[in-house]
Design a protein around this ligand. Structure first.
Ligand code: ADP
Ligand code: MG
Length: 442
């Protein structure tokens, strides 16, 4: 079945140029009409939009791969929840890298303070997007399996079941954002979802600088913005160092963390989504600490590729291997949002530089996933629509609501697919080379 590589070439005929132009126009128009959009930044108009980069055709994906990735979502979410609530484990993961990573250390200090103080708000919401690439398990690509790239626990685009999150009825949901940013239309979809659930729930958008000016706290640690209590704080911002240019931003994050508002996510869950945790979870016996069901452990493990710490006694072996064959690895720091990982020559040069220094403990090495190649056309500025070799990334969305002692809700809620040219290292939708795609199940 999955010997098919292209919807256009295997199921139809290669397009004639005049038909291609017509299709591009229609598909682009459809994208605009249906809100598949991104904001154009750097103009004086905050609401200028353009269509999101997309593929012209859906991409072929074996149905059993999608089924497997979806079926594991609730287990992955339980895992993140348990990790975030296991202080000893968090310490084991992070203690070795804090001196080498100032940003993670500052988040860690917020986490330690609120952990010591105990929660003001017991309820916590996690929205995740678990990213996979597909690898062929047989020579001719006849069978594929999904391998985890990473699970995003902060600022993952996707929907939240906002209706069940409210405590005070007049309170609002606060979207912490950057204005303007390419992802604004994506956030508007979530606001629309909230509106469709219950028209009385108000969503407000604020940046960190606005919040620093407008935030106060009530007698019972209510988070108050512009005189209105915030029920839920939903972060689409605050995950990279440049979002915290001064101490005021870290202080704001700490204050919000200490408040009665429900955080999506808490700083603990933010940290639990770090690459370091992902790496430690692949070490022998670690999944067993959090999950009893051996079948689930086996399935989760089958999505892992090799992940390696660089600060172990025997790390020099894997470091040497990566320097010799950089094309087989990805070097990752504790960062989100794309553009931080090192590949190829950059990876080799950087490893040469840090291999003897303590700085290496801030990074992890990951086997490069040998993603199954197929063919599609990308419609995006700066890239022609010719039929090219591409690889796809599947994202599974989920929502998890809990208290420290109880999982209240845990469900998978959809998927997305991003497709990039085979030769691109990273493929962000807004900054990278990828186009939004949709699976054609076979
Ligand atoms: P970020 O948190 O910055 O999004 P990711 O770990 O998701 O970092 O990596 C960014 C991109 O780099 C991925 O979307 C994928 O395209 C590519 N990538 C990351 N890890 C791997 C890997 N192990 N093999 C192949 N490609 C990878
Ligand atoms: Mg990512």
């Amino acid at each position: 079945m999955s010997r098919f590589k292209s919807v256009e070439e295997d199921y139809g005929k290669p397009l004639k140029p005049e038909r291609l132009n017509e299709m591009i126009q229609r598909v682009t128009g459809w994208a605009l009409l249906n809100g598949v959009q991104k904001t154009i930044t750097g103009t004086e108009f905050p609401e200028r939009i353009e269509p999101m980069p997309i593929t012209l055709f859906p991409s072929i994906l074996p149905a059993d791969v999608l089924r497997k990735a979806k079926s594991l979502q609730t287990s992955f979410q339980t895992l993140i929840y348990k990790v975030a609530n296991d202080h000893e484990f968090m310490k084991e993961c992070f203690s070795g890298l804090l001196d080498a990573d100032v940003f993670t250390k500052q988040l860690w200090e917020i986490y330690e303070k609120v952990t010591k103080e105990g929660p003001t708000q017991e309820v916590s919401v996690i929205t995740t997007r678990n990213d996979f690439m597909m690898e062929s398990t047989e020579e001719d690509g006849a069978k594929q399996d999904c391998k985890q790239v990473e699970i995003n626990t902060i600022a993952a685009g996707g929907g939240g079941d906002a209706n069940s999150l409210l405590n005070v009825h007049s309170a609002v949901i606060l979207f912490v954002v950057d204005i303007p940013e390419p992802g604004t239309p994506d956030q508007r979809w979530l606001e629309r979802g909230v509106f469709c659930l219950d028209r009385s729930i108000k969503v407000i958008y604020r940046t960190f600088p606005q919040l620093i000016m407008q935030t106060s706290f009530g007698e019972n640690k209510e988070l108050i913005v512009d005189g209105t209590e915030v029920a839920v704080v939903y972060y689409r911002y605050g995950f990279v160092p440049r979002h915290y240019p001064t101490n005021a931003e870290f202080k704001l994050r700490l204050d919000i963390e200490r408040s009665r508002a429900i955080k999506c996510p808490t700083v603990a869950v933010h940290l639990a989504g770090c690459k370091k945790v992902q790496q430690v979870l692949t070490e022998p016996g670690v999944l067993e600490r959090f999950i009893d069901d051996t079948e689930v452990i086996k399935d989760i493990r089958s999505t892992f590729v090799g992940l390696y710490r660089l600060d172990a006694k025997d790390s020099s072996k894997i470091i040497t291997q990566a320097i010799q064959t950089p094309e087989k690895f990805v070097l990752k720091p504790q960062r989100e949002g794309g553009g931080n990982n090192l590949f190829g020559d950059d990876l080799r040069n950087y490893l040469e530089k840090i291999k003897e220094s303590s700085e290496r403990s801030a990074w992890i090495l990951m086997d490069r996933i040998q993603a199954t190649r197929h063919r599609n056309r990308l419609i995006r500025a700066g890239l022609g629509p010719e039929c090219r070799n591409v690889v796809s990334e599947l994202g599974i969305y989920g929502v998890h609501i809990s208290t420290p002692s109880l999982e209240l809700e845990n469900f998978e809620c959809g998927h997305s697919m991003r497709t990039k040219p085979e030769e691109a290292n990273e493929g962000g939708l807004c900054n990278g080379l990828a186009g939004l795609d949709t699976p054609f199940l076979v």
